[in-house]
Design a protein. Structure first.
Length: 258
């Protein structure tokens, strides 16, 4: 059994693996990066503009005894992604765990008041960006005949009537389609592509865009009586990144809802 497949209380389950997390300067991205480090992976921390926060994520990873490097790249740009992956490979090694978490700022507006231009940033970052990231790691994963890709969706795509977030929802639905297509085409190379769909999560972005008492209302109606935390999402992503989920591909796991 390979070292990365040995499980000792979960500590070394990803030992020897290199993970790359987009949008890892805070929120869900930071929690995921830390979880993967706890499981033994070295982590490439991607960010767009929040350099200090990305460095803080890397410092927290290093406190866990793992290696971490920060990489600034706009994942919408194919050229920047290509350069970032070359640098990651040179400084850290071959990426076999990719988590597509990056997303633009969420804003609330009724559909009739949403111009098409409001859809473009979400489609660019969450779909085009994820596509660029997946394409960039494929050659290395195919060489290893193994890889784990996890896309962060939203439980809103599982609801019948998500209100006032059309650009966000359309992009997440498209990312789910990308997830299924990639899972089908890459399975023969040993590459698993899955997704998680967290319910409203207690992050800075959610705090900025939510109306007063929104978190309390969400917690009141949640099955477990509390709002989802970034660590809740990270735990499921850690499972999907690990060998324990090797027989799963093309699945979307809801978090915080029934």
């Amino acid at each position: 059994m390979q070292e990365s497949q040995k499980i000792s209380n979960g500590v070394s389950i990803l030992k020897g693996k290199i993970a790359l997390v987009t949008g890892a300067s805070g929120g869900i991205g930071r929690a995921v990066a830390l979880k993967l480090a706890e499981l033994g992976a070295d982590v490439a921390v991607n960010y767009l503009s929040r350099h200090a926060e990305a460095e803080e994520t890397a410092a927290l990873i290093k406190k866990l005894g793992r290696n971490a490097c920060v990489f600034s790249a706009d994942i919408v740009s194919e050229e920047m992604v290509r350069k970032m992956l070359a640098e990651v490979n040179d400084r850290m090694g071959n990426v076999t765990v990719l988590v597509n978490n990056a997303a633009p700022e969420l804003s609330l507006a009724e559909f009739g008041n949403v111009p098409w231009d409001a859809f473009v940033p979400h489609l660019n970052v969450q779909v085009r960006g994820a596509y660029h990231m997946i394409q960039s790691v494929l050659s290395g994963m195919k060489k290893e005949r193994y890889g784990k890709i996890v896309n962060i969706l939203s439980a809103y795509i599982l609801q019948n009537f998500p209100k006032k977030i059309a650009p966000y929802i359309v992009a997440k639905e498209a990312l789910w389609g990308l997830t299924k297509a990639a899972a089908a085409d890459l399975a023969s190379y040993g590459i698993r592509v899955n997704a998680v769909s967290p319910w409203v999560t207690d992050t800075e972005m959610a705090e900025r865009v939510s109306p007063p008492r929104f978190k309390e209302m969400v917690a009141k109606h949640a099955p477990l009586g509390r709002i989802t935390k970034p660590e809740d999402v990270a735990n499921i992503v850690g499972f999907l990144a690990s060998p324990e989920s090797d027989h799963l591909t093309g699945v979307n796991i809801p978090i915080g809802i029934t």
